[in-house]
Write a new protein. Structure first.
Length: 679
């Protein structure tokens, strides 16, 4: 396959002769091999997952039925309209055998990678790590090692024994601390014990967080706050820079006593210092200090008394960000799910009126969009299911645009994020907006942002390395914006000339190169989010074609178009050096899309439904269990295993690329086999 437009004219060249069903032609409007005077029979499922499980009537009021809307949970519609034709009752010759062979080879590679990492970590502290299989995912319970070092409290120790101020095991704070007692954000490590939690928590039971903060020299603390503003806040403007500096100055006043500021607001300032130190290379020698401050701050009296406050939500989001940088902060896999669920339980994703007005409403809007970004992008790099439903985008307004420039010294960086969300928000509200309009909008943004950076440089000279990094970042956002345009414009039911021209140009290749450049700009795990967003949106024309309406999703069609996308990028990889590693991004995007719609092979009620054909080859010929004819392999399950295995191998491949081209980003944890990004 050479071009994406061949999806309508030459499906064989897209997905390969063994992977192209005749149904694909029929679903895209092309004539099939045979016609019939009578309309084809269909099977319909008109209910969301929740209503089907509860056996209640579903009004199918998309994007959310009333039952799910009232319950405040994502509405996952499982409506299917699959023609049942004889052409789907047969499998290509030796298709399953070759697929099984491919899955077996990939699983062998993955097991070898697990064994290699296990050998590296066994010399350190991961000797009791359980065996992880291809289909492993974090269990809801904590990991209990068999043997505990004498100087480290066992992970199974109760929260009350460690001095955490809670007594209800079902409370929110207890659930949060259970996640903090674990380490890692990939299924490979999400159930690993956070050994530092036990040792530091026991040692810091009687240490006051404020005293510990003031024990550090003021110059270092100022540098940490500035690093947070310039780095973390630049990507996720969750807080107000001036307010952070003001409260920090108040807390550093010698006359300040704990409690003069609300506990949650104090905790936010502690997390600002912690993140500023963790992400700054000059503080690598004092890495234990932010961890000690973190565990001490978790014991602030009354910290969890007001879980509904905006400050507490901001603090929880910062904990999730911190967990991406330091495994001592807890398991990102679980923390992201807990914090996202907490935000949803407060109804922030349902109606914009719940956000309030004025400054508080803006802060709540930023909290939701930051959490959405973490849930989508950081969560995607882990391979975890998304917590926030995709259709929640249309209900939450986006805060106002910040003009590029020295506002908070971050306007040039926060502007792209705001632009991205505003465009997405407006496109969902007004799907008739044209391709040319959004293209001109991105051109205007790129020009204005670069002009703003030039003015800022003229007023405050910067080194060439900083200037080049800024230009690379602007180009990255510009390219990803172009790649998003087809996803915005639902007016393109087919691959039009505009989309064909966009994806047949060098834009796709340039955007993929920007993924690597983003690592040089950001250096740390937030580069993962930028890289994911830049390249995974290259599949936007797939979503434009196949996911226009959640009531008409056709996963078999999505799978085959996705295969065509993967073949396209892998074909380009043969022509452009260095692109092959990024081809796994598309495989990962397909896996995320399947997770988003709750299709997990045999683990999903949808896949178990005999009326749902996950692929044209699943349950190809229904057989009685007593017929004596062996049941064919579950092709859907084989595909899910294939996607998952490739996505796990992709995590390591991206790490190898990062360490090869940007060795200065090597983290101290990697000495012991602990990967800092995507752990």
């Amino acid at each position: 396959m050479d071009q994406p437009q061949n999806s309508q004219t030459s499906p064989t060249s897209q997905a390969g002769p063994s992977e192209v069903p005749v149904d694909l032609l029929e679903e895209t409007g092309a004539p099939g091999p045979s016609s019939s005077a009578q309309p084809p029979r269909t099977r319909m499922l008109l209910a969301c997952d929740r209503c089907r499980q509860r056996k209640t009537r579903c009004d199918t009021n998309l994007p959310s039925c009333n039952a799910c809307l009232q319950a405040g949970v994502p509405c996952m519609t499982a409506e299917r309209d699959r023609p049942l034709r004889a052409s789907t009752r047969t499998l290509p010759r030796d298709y399953v055998e070759r697929l099984q062979s491919q899955v077996g080879d990939l699983e062998a590679q993955y097991q070898a990678l697990l064994q290699q990492e296990s050998n590296i970590t066994s010399a350190h502290f991961m000797t009791d790590h359980p065996t992880v299989g291809i289909e492993s995912s974090p269990e809801p319970r904590g990991f209990l090692p068999q043997n505990h070092p004498a100087n480290i409290p066992p992970v199974s120790m109760s929260i009350s024994d460690l001095g955490v101020p809670t007594h209800d095991p079902l409370s929110f704070e207890s659930t949060l601390f259970e996640a903090i007692k674990l380490s890692g954000c990939d299924p490979l490590r999400a159930e690993s014990p956070n050994l530092l939690f036990g040792s530091l928590s026991a040692a810091l039971n009687h240490v006051n967080a404020l005293d510990l903060l003031k024990s550090m020299d003021i110059q270092s603390l100022d540098a940490a706050v500035n690093n947070y503003i310039h780095f973390i806040h630049a990507h996720y403007p969750l807080l107000i820079g001036e307010e952070v500096r003001t409260k920090f100055a108040i807390m550093m006043n010698p006359s300040y006593r704990a409690g003069q500021i609300a506990p949650a607001e104090e905790f936010v300032i502690y997390l600002v210092v912690i993140l500023g130190m963790t992400t700054a290379p000059e503080f690598r020698s004092v890495q234990l200090f932010p961890q000690m401050l973190y565990y001490s701050a978790l014991r602030i009296p009354g910290l969890f008394n007001d879980l509904q406050s905006i400050a507490m939500t901001q603090a929880l989001i910062l904990i999730a960000v911190y967990s991406l940088y330091d495994p001592a902060a807890g398991s990102s896999w679980h923390i992201l799910d807990i914090v996202s669920s907490h935000c949803i339980s407060m109804g922030w994703h349902l109606i914009s009126s719940s956000l309030g007005n004025g400054i508080e409403g803006t802060a709540r809007g930023w909290a939701f969009w930051t959490l959405y970004s973490l849930d989508r992008m950081a969560g995607a790099s882990m391979g975890r299911p998304f917590t926030i439903a995709n259709d929640d985008l249309i209900t939450v307004p986006v805060p106002g645009m910040r003009a590029p420039g020295p506002l908070d010294d971050t306007g040039y960086l926060s502007g792209p994020l705001i632009s991205y969300y505003r465009l997405l928000y407006r496109a969902r509200r007004n799907p008739e907006v044209g391709f040319a309009h959004w293209s001109s909008q991105f051109d205007e943004w790129c020009t204005n942002t670069k002009n703003g950076v030039n003015e800022y440089i003229a007023a405050s000279p910067k080194p060439d390395e900083w200037i080049n990094s800024m230009y690379k970042y602007i180009d990255l956002v510009y390219c990803q914006g172009l790649l998003l345009i087809p996803q915005f414009s639902t007016e393109f039911p087919n691959i039009t000339d505009d989309i064909r021209e966009l994806y047949s140009s060098e834009t796709m290749y340039r955007a993929s190169k920007m993924v690597g450049l983003s690592f040089g700009v950001h250096r740390y795990p937030l580069a993962w989010t930028a890289g994911y967003k830049a390249f995974a949106t290259g599949m936007s024309y797939l979503f434009c074609v196949a996911l226009r309406d959640r009531s008409t999703i056709n996963l078999p069609e999505v799978y085959h178009v996705s295969t065509a996308c993967i073949n396209l990028i892998e074909g380009l990889a043969a022509k452009f050096d260095g692109l092959l590693g990024y081809a796994r991004f598309l495989v990962k995007a397909v896996d995320m899309m399947l997770r988003l719609y709750n299709v997990e092979g045999r683990n999903s009620p949808i896949a178990n439904d005999p009326h749902f054909l996950y692929t044209p080859y699943s349950d190809a010929i229904p057989r009685s269990p007593n017929s004596g004819v062996p049941r064919p392999p579950d092709v859907a399950d084989l595909h899910v295993r294939r996607f998952r295995c490739l996505s796990r191998l992709y995590l390591r491949a991206m790490e190898d690329i990062r360490l090869k081209y940007f060795p200065e980003t090597k983290d101290v944890y990697e000495t012991f086999g602990e990967v800092a990004v995507g752990m």
